[in-house]
Design a protein around this ligand. Structure first.
Ligand code: MN
Length: 313
């Protein structure tokens, strides 16, 4: 990707953007790039619109450098793990490099480094580093590894392949802190998150002969538990593990009163296509959307009727 190398070379001040409600993949890929750009002695701002970032990510090197305000000037911007421009939460005033692995990514950047076969955006960044003979130090390795294990749910998703394990081995060799990443991302939880999970599993309902599980999350769940948005993920993933279930969905209200839908599937059912009915997108087995001026039950009904058609064919 010579275009990106040239753009970095020319830039003085680079703005790195993690998506709203960032996960380990978005933050990890942005922080790996941050660490690399420090080496090049560039001026860098790492921006994320979300002010209350999941504290589980605080172990990532240079996490304390994240800013929630844009600098007045910068001459190159890069987005990480943002499938659409909306997810950035910002309009870039400089040429934008779009680094991502979402199937639905519409190449909104001036430069697009997109590989929808990649298991994580950190894989895309890793391959860029390897291709350009950029030495991966221990800090970069930990950031890249965090995105790899988080997006692959510890090497358990369908995208996991030989390459994922080779990348993991190489990163650990480069000094990635495997134990720390596992501890922070999978073995550390708040009481609030466990309470959220309990509420969600209790609220889950089956549809379509048990092939679809749906969980509606009102704002009161957040108020009663003190959980973060990201704390909803675990119950969603667990509900997909139910023996009869092929699709798991979660619909929740955001702080702004919009509806955020999350769709997960097994057996190859296309969630990217389903999410596109609501202006969203993502990956084949994992997608999402945001909509407004409608209530949770109406959205749920619409999705169930779309799924009924899909499951019947
Ligand atoms: Mn990702």
């Amino acid at each position: 990707m010579q275009a990106l190398a040239d753009a970095i070379d020319k830039a003085d001040h680079v703005l790195l953007i993690a998506h709203v409600n960032p996960d380990a993949d978005s933050m990890g890929s942005a922080l790996a790039m941050y660490t690399y750009l420090l080496r090049l002695q560039k001026k860098i701002t790492l921006y994320c619109k979300t002010e209350h970032i999941n504290p589980a990510l605080a172990f990532l090197p240079f996490f304390d450098k994240v800013k929630h305000q844009l600098p007045s000037a910068y001459d190159l911007a890069m987005s990480f793990d943002c499938g659409s421009l909306k997810r950035l939460g910002v309009d870039s005033s400089a040429p934008l490099v779009n680094i991502d692995h979402h199937l639905s990514n519409d190449a909104y950047g001036a430069i697009n480094l997109i590989n929808d076969k990649a298991i994580s955006t950190t894989q895309v960044v890793y391959e860029y580093f390897v291709e350009h003979n950029i030495k991966i130090n221990a800090k970069m390795a930990t950031c890249l590894y965090a995105g790899l294990i988080d997006d692959s749910q510890n090497f358990s998703t369908h995208k996991t392949n030989a390459q994922s394990f080779m990348m993991a081995a190489d990163l650990v060799q480069c000094g990635a802190e495997h134990a720390l990443c596992v501890q922070q991302l999978f073995k550390t939880r708040s009481l609030a998150s466990i309470r959220m999970k309990a509420k969600m599993l209790e609220a889950a309902q089956l549809f379509c002969d048990g092939k679809v599980v749906s969980t509606l999350v009102p704002r009161s769940f957040f108020e009663q538990t003190g959980a973060y948005e990201v704390d909803c993920e675990e119950a969603l993933h667990e509900s997909l593990d139910l023996v009869s279930v092929e699709v798991a969905m979660m619909l929740r209200y955001t702080k702004e009163g919009k509806i955020k839908g999350s769709l997960r599937s097994k057996n190859g059912l296309d969630m990217n296509a389903l999410a596109s009915h609501f202006g969203g997108g993502g990956h084949l087995h994992s997608a999402g959307f945001v909509c407004e001026d409608i209530d949770l039950n109406t959205v749920e009904k619409k999705i169930i009727s779309l799924l009924k058609e899909t499951l019947a064919t």
